[in-house]
Design a protein around this ligand. Structure first.
Ligand code: NZQ
Ligand code: ZN
Length: 387
């Protein structure tokens, strides 16, 4: 296990009716808030009215940035920055999924930056100071409610880039699983795969002695496999939604990665798919992951797949390492299909046309991943296998 400094500063208020803490938590940072949300789901489930009432009843002034799109755009960020600067907002409150939270994070950084907010996405080192951020989560997926990353898309340049800063960790996040009862099956499935992929990105890694991290990762994977299916079949099953929601946060908040040296593989590839084709992040991950697994399976990685097959999927009927590894990959593929997710790029409207440019863009900063470092040719092979 490698050295690490543990810090996960976000306060989590988990469970039914935890929204009761909203006003008192906000008031620790001030009384002027920018509310950031998406295309209307929070209005349909009555959450918007609830939040507005709490703010009004407690003398908290607020402005709104609505219509944040999935794969949030830099144009939304710019609008939010202007509102914050004009009104000297004290805190940015996202209500929704990862897209609203990510947008809120870069707005919070843009408030203190004189240039164009896109600079802060391209170069996180330019982020000097960040307004306090908070979230009310409605979709278990990205873990943005408890991490310090944000992913923003620039449709002018076909770029979708990740940025980050320690102060992007929300000051507090309210996780009430009942708010996710209304998440449609496709987003429940995509969210489950996103959580699993965040775990895979740190689990498939070769640091010696990170036994504890690997066992925790397996517990989280098993949780996703069990409850992803149940949440789709019974959208209002509280235990399913609760387990997925907490898994979403724990998968990416640092807990699994501390003591390891993980460099992510499948996410940089997927971000190109959603940058060029605006597809759902978790859907892209579901298509690419099994092909990535097949591509990187070799004598140096097979033991990791055996560990995965035995501990997560309970494969125990053979001694042959490659057989276990291949069965585990097959089970992963079958599980994603059982959630109703597409298995090929063509099903989401992606053909050969842009594979090469996407593979090049994915390696703009060099090889991708450290489990098996991939150059643009490797990525092109994985894209082609995924067609
Ligand atoms: O826009 P609204 O109307 O709110 O609808 C959303 C949206 O259409 C809907 N939704 C959310 N909660 C709902 C609901 N519908 C009904 N009931 C609810 N309770 O779901 C759709 C997707 O929402 P979105 O926020 O886009 O999904 P997600 O949370 O998966 O976020 C995806 C974005 O996060 C980035 C992705 O790349 C993508 O841009 N990521 C962010 C990360 C991070 N910050 O650490 C890491 C991830 O790997 C990921 O890259
Ligand atoms: Zn992700």
């Amino acid at each position: 296990m490698k050295n690490f400094n543990y810090s996960i500063p976000t306060k989590i208020f988990f469970g039914k009716d935890q929204i009761d803490v909203l006003a008192s938590q906000i008031m620790q940072y001030g009384s002027k808030v920018l509310l950031v949300y998406g295309g209307g789901s929070i209005k349909r489930i009555g959450l918007y009215d609830k939040v507005v009432k709490i703010l009004q009843n407690n003398g908290i002034t607020f402005w709104e940035l609505s219509d944040v799109q999935p794969n949030p755009r830099i144009t939304s960020v710019r609008k939010g920055v202007n509102i914050c600067k004009e009104n000297q907002v004290d805190l940015v409150l996202a209500v929704g999924g990862g897209s609203s939270i990510d947008c809120a994070k870069v707005i919070a950084a843009g408030y203190y930056y004189d240039g164009d907010a896109w600079d802060l996405v391209v170069d996180p080192a330019k982020i000097q100071k960040v307004l306090p951020i908070a979230s009310i989560l409605t979709l278990a997926a990205t873990g943005s409610e408890m991490d310090f990353f944000a992913v923003i898309t620039n449709t002018d340049t076909n770029e979708k880039l990740g940025t980050g800063h320690p102060d992007f960790n929300p000051k507090f996040s309210i996780l009430d699983p009942t708010y996710s009862f209304s998440v449609p099956a496709i987003h429940t499935a995509a969210g489950t795969v996103d959580i699993m992929s965040h775990i895979f990105e740190v689990y498939f890694e070769k640091t010696e002695g990170a036994y504890l991290q690997n066992r925790m990762a397996e517990a989280l994977l098993k949780t996703c496999i069990k409850y992803g299916k149940i949440a789709i079949e019974e959208p209002e099953n509280y235990e399913a939604r609760a387990n997925l929601m907490w898994a979403s946060s724990l998968a990416i908040n640092g807990l699994l990665g501390y003591g390891k040296k993980s460099v992510w593989s499948v996410h940089p590839m997927e971000h190109e798919l959603s940058a060029f084709y605006d597809i759902i992040h978790g859907v892209g991950l579901a298509i690419l992951t099994p092909h990535w697994m097949e591509y990187v399976l070799n004598d140096t990685t097979v033991d990791n797949f055996v560990q995965y097959g035995v501990n997560v999927w309970g494969i125990g009927d053979t001694e042959d390492k490659y057989q276990i590894a291949r069965q585990a990959i097959q089970k992963t593929k079958e599980y994603f299909a059982s959630l109703g997710l597409p298995a090929t790029l063509r099903e989401v409207g992606i053909n050969e046309d842009k594979l090469e440019i996407m593979a090049k863009q994915a390696t703009r900063n060099g090889k991708v991943g450290n489990f098996m470092p991939l150059d643009s040719e490797d990525i092109l092979n994985i894209f082609n296998a995924s067609l």
